[in-house]
Design a protein around this ligand. Structure first.
Ligand SMILES: Cc1cc2nc3c(=O)[nH]c(=O)nc-3n(C[C@H](O)[C@H](O)[C@H](O)COP(=O)(O)O)c2cc1C
Length: 324
C-alpha cells in the first residue's frame, strides 16, 4: 500500500485534489496535522482541509497534533461525525516550538506521559488510532521504551520516520535502530522517509519485507510520477507526454491555489515554496529555483514559470536530492 505523507504547507486538499486528477499510485493520504486548539474549541478552519467535500474520491486519514486527551477525544468525535474511521496522531513534528511543549516528537522522551495519554484516549476513542512517530527526540535509543508502550495498546498501525526530532528532516536515517526494533513491534507498520525513486524504494522494501505500507513525501513533490514509477519494471525516459501531464497538473494546482482567496503576494510566496521542489522536475534545478525565488512581481514569476514548464529539459527519472 502506498500513502501520501502529510507535508504541512504542501499536501493540503488543493494539492491532493490536483495531484490525484493527474497522477496515480497512491491509495491513502494522511492530512497535514490539525492542531488541538489552545482554547476550549478547536478552530473550524482547521477542519476545512479534511471535510469530505474538500477531498472528493480521496481516502484521507486526518492527522492531529497535541497532547491534551479531552481535546483529542473532542476532535476525534468530530472526525467520526465527518465519516472518518481512523485518526492519526502526530508524534513526529520536530519544530522546537512544538517539541518544547511535549507535542509531536517532543513527547517521545516521555514514555510515561505517552502511556498516560493513551490510557485516557484509547478507551474513549470512537474510531481507530494510527500513530506517526520518529525513533525519538534526542536519541534513537528512545525507541526501545516507546516500542513497549506502543505494543501495549490497540493501534491500527504505526508510521515510522526513522530519524530523531533534533535532526529535523535531514541527516542519515537511523536504519540500524529500526532494524533492531521492528522484530519487537506488534503492530502493522508503514515506512516513511527518503523514498525518492524506484531504486531507493526497492532497497528499502528488501530491507523491510514486513512493512505493510510505504509513505511518499518530498519525493512526490520533486517527482509527481514517483508512485507510478515504483510500480513499473523499468524506468522510463522523460517524454513530451510527461511534460504535458506536469503542465496540466501545475495549471490545475495554480487554479486550486488561486481559489483560496489569498492575496497575489501571498500566492507568490506559496508558489515559491512549491518551486523549491518543483524545480527538480527539470535540469539545472538550483538555478531555476534561484531565478524564481528572486522574482517578486507575480506576473513576471508566472511568465518565467511558464517558460520553464514549456522549455526546460526534464530531469531523467532517478534519484533526486530532496532534503529540506
Ligand atoms: C515541509 C514538511 C512538512 C511536514 N509536515 C508534516 C505533518 O504535518 N505531519 C507529519 O506527520 N509529518 C510531516 N512531515 C514529515 C513527512 O510526513 C515525512 O515523514 C518526512 O518528510 C520524511 O519523508 P520524505 O523523505 O518522504 O519526505 C513534514 C515534512 C516536511 C518536509
Amino acid at each position: 500500500m502506498m500513502l501520501m505523507a502529510p507535508l504541512q504547507g504542501f499536501t493540503e486538499a488543493e494539492f491532493r485534489r490536483a495531484w490525484s486528477r493527474h497522477f496515480t499510485g497512491i491509495h491513502q493520504m494522511v492530512s497535514p496535522f490539525i492542531p488541538l486548539a489552545e482554547g476550549t474549541r478547536f478552530r473550524q478552519q482547521h477542519l476545512r482541509d479534511v471535510l469530505p467535500e474538500a477531498n472528493p474520491g480521496l481516502t484521507i486519514i486526518p492527522q492531529v497534533l497535541g497532547n491534551d486527551a479531552p481535546k483529542f477525544l473532542l476532535l476525534a468525535r468530530r472526525l467520526q461525525e465527518l465519516g472518518y474511521a481512523t485518526v492519526n496522531w502526530n508524534l513526529g513534528c520536530p519544530k522546537p516550538a512544538v517539541a518544547r511543549k511535549k507535542r509531536g516528537s517532543g513527547l517521545l522522551p516521555f514514555p510515561d506521559l505517552l502511556r498516560q495519554l493513551l490510557d485516557e484516549i484509547i478507551p474513549a476513542l470512537p474510531i481507530a488510532l494510527s500513530i506517526k512517530t520518529r525513533l525519538g527526540y534526542q536519541r534513537p535509543e528512545e525507541f526501545e521504551k516507546l516500542t513497549e508502550v506502543f505494543n501495549d495498546y490497540p493501534l491500527q498501525n504505526l508510521v515510522i520516520h526513522p530519524r530523531i526530532g533534533v535532526q529535523m528532516y535531514d541527516g542519515e536515517m537511523h536504519l540500524e535502530t529500526l532494524d533492531a526494533a521492528i522484530g519487537k513491534l506488534k503492530h502493522d507498520w508503514i515506512f516513511s522517509g527518503d523514498i525518492t525513486d524506484r531504486e531507493s524504494f526497492l532497497a528499502l522494501r528488501k530491507r523491510y519485507p514486513t512493512a505493510s505500507g510505504w509513505m511518499l513525501g518530498r519525493g512526490v513533490l520533486a517527482n509527481p510520477f514517483l508512485a507510478e514509477q515504483i510500480k513499473l519494471t523499468a524506468t522510463p525516459m522523460p517524454s513530451q507526454a510527461h511534460r504535458h501531464r506536469l503542465v496540466s497538473f501545475y495549471s490545475d494546482l495554480m487554479l486550486e491555489l488561486a481559489d483560496k482567496g489569498r492575496s497575489p503576494l501571498s500566492q507568490l510566496g506559496k508558489k515559491k515554496d512549491y518551486w523549491w521542489y518543483f524545480a527538480r522536475w527539470f535540469t539545472e534545478a538550483d538555478q531555476i529555483f534561484h531565478r524564481l525565488s528572486h522574482l517578486n512581481d507575480p506576473h513576471a514569476f508566472d511568465a518565467e514559470a511558464g517558460r520553464i514548464l514549456m522549455q526546460q529539459p526534464l530531469t531523467p527519472f532517478g534519484p533526486r536530492e530532496v532534503r529540506g
